[in-house]
Design a protein around this ligand. Structure first.
Ligand code: PMP
Length: 383
């Protein structure tokens, strides 16, 4: 049985072109970018090229706005804690939408333990941030407000430009976690009024262990990883040359190919949504149209997401249920609870995320497997 991988939101293969491009940085050109000899200078040049390419993907003012990190979790921690701690004189309040990834919510909760106030911003049933409530909730002492570009579990894309206007009228900085969106939909940090933006290398077919944080010129942060002073003193530690060079090439390819590829995946996504929605007591989660082009997420009543995932795996089709990062707990997803689902409704979730390896010929195989899975599990479960 051929594998049909539909869990690109959890992990992605490295693009063969990225691997071919970046391989030399772990074989021949492996120098330390801080070394003054020629090997060091070659490495430094590779990092600066990658910085330029990542900056171009999101229309940053220039390449100095990009800081490389070990991934989205580190970028989110750096953005939330770094700004809150550095701007403490302006206020001790941070805000985040209720559907943020735990790598945003947990650093915010850690700040709470050391005396900061945390404001959670509600979302509607489709997962869209309530703009009216945002304007009421934010106060002048809110130093950082974190709203994701698009949600990884339900695919909903937030109206970031409108959110940016409100945040800047009221608070100080807008941080946007674009892990699920970067490389999939166009992002323009200048047009959207974004102060800090998180990106992940692997989420755009780059190597694992790489990420970046965009920091708008003038935004003040305290380093959360002090040491040798690499990355403008904001992120110490010898650079992960392979991941950084690879992320740069992945960003270049994403920028070039995003338009047609997103259209192709959107067509497949909509067919999946049409077919799977025909199953009795199945519901699309997230926004019906304002959603990521590769993202189709559902919930089914009376069955468990974990059973769906394991049953689909027997067809050699890999899907997700909620976030891979929280799959070790049996708690229902905080995202599905925040969009108003009851505990028992939030348990039956299935998330499918398409990628470059998928093609339309797979659609009948996928929908047949889902229909059989749901039917089988409903007979088996006493719920
Ligand atoms: N933010 C979002 C929206 C995510 O989906 C993820 C997980 N892919 C992260 C942050 C954290 O990413 P990582 O575990 O690679 O640091």
């Amino acid at each position: 049985m051929r594998q049909i991988y539909l869990d690109h939101v959890s992990a992605m293969p490295i693009d063969p072109r990225v691997l071919a491009f970046a391989k030399r940085y772990v074989t021949n050109d492996f120098g330390n970018p801080s070394s003054l000899h020629s090997a060091g200078l070659t490495a430094k040049r590779a990092i600066e090229d990658a910085r330029q390419r990542v900056a171009e993907l999101i229309n940053a003012e220039d390449e100095t706005c990009i800081i490389f990190t070990s991934g989205a979790t580190e970028s989110n921690n750096m953005a939330i804690k770094g700004t809150a701690l550095r701007n403490i004189r302006k206020g001790k309040r941070v805000a985040a939408s209720a559907i943020e990834h735990i790598s945003v919510l947990n650093p915010a909760k850690e700040l709470q333990k050391s005396g900061f106030e945390l404001t959670l911003i509600p979302v509607d049933q489709a997962g869209i941030v309530d703009i009216g409530k945002l304007a009421d909730i934010l106060t002048e002492d809110t130093t950082v407000t974190s709203i994701m570009y698009a949600n990884n579990e339900i695919g909903t894309i937030e109206p970031i430009e409108a959110i940016g206007e409100i945040v800047h009228e009221k608070g100080l900085y807008l941080h946007v976690d674009a892990t699920a969106a970067a490389g999939r939909i166009p992002i323009d940090v200048q047009n959207d009024g974004i102060d800090l933006l998180t990106m992940s290398s692997n989420d755009m077919y780059g190597p694992q262990g790489g990420g970046a944080l965009y920091i708008k010129p003038g935004v003040k942060l305290q380093p959360i990883l002090p040491g040798g002073g690499q990355e403008r003193g904001l992120r110490s530690g010898t650079e992960n040359l392979f991941a950084i060079a690879g992320m740069g090439e992945a960003a270049r390819i994403a920028k070039d190919e995003m338009g047609p590829e997103s259209e192709r995946l959107k067509g497949m996504r909509d067919q999946l949504i049409d077919e799977i929605s025909k199953i009795e007591e199945s519901y699309l989660t997230g926004h019906p149209t304002q959603r990521l082009p590769h993202h189709a997420s559902f919930r089914f009543s009376r069955i468990e997401g974990e059973s769906i995932l394991l049953n689909m795996d027997m067809y050699n089709i890999q899907v997700a249920t909620g976030s891979a990062c929280t799959s070790r707990t049996l708690e229902p997803s905080h995202v599905l609870l925040a969009v108003g689902l009851k505990h028992e409704e939030a348990h039956g979730s299935m998330v499918m995320t398409l990628g470059r390896s998928n093609n339309a010929g797979e659609l009948p195989i996928i929908t047949k497997a889902v229909k059989e899975t749901v039917q089988r599990l409903r007979i088996l479960t006493p719920m």
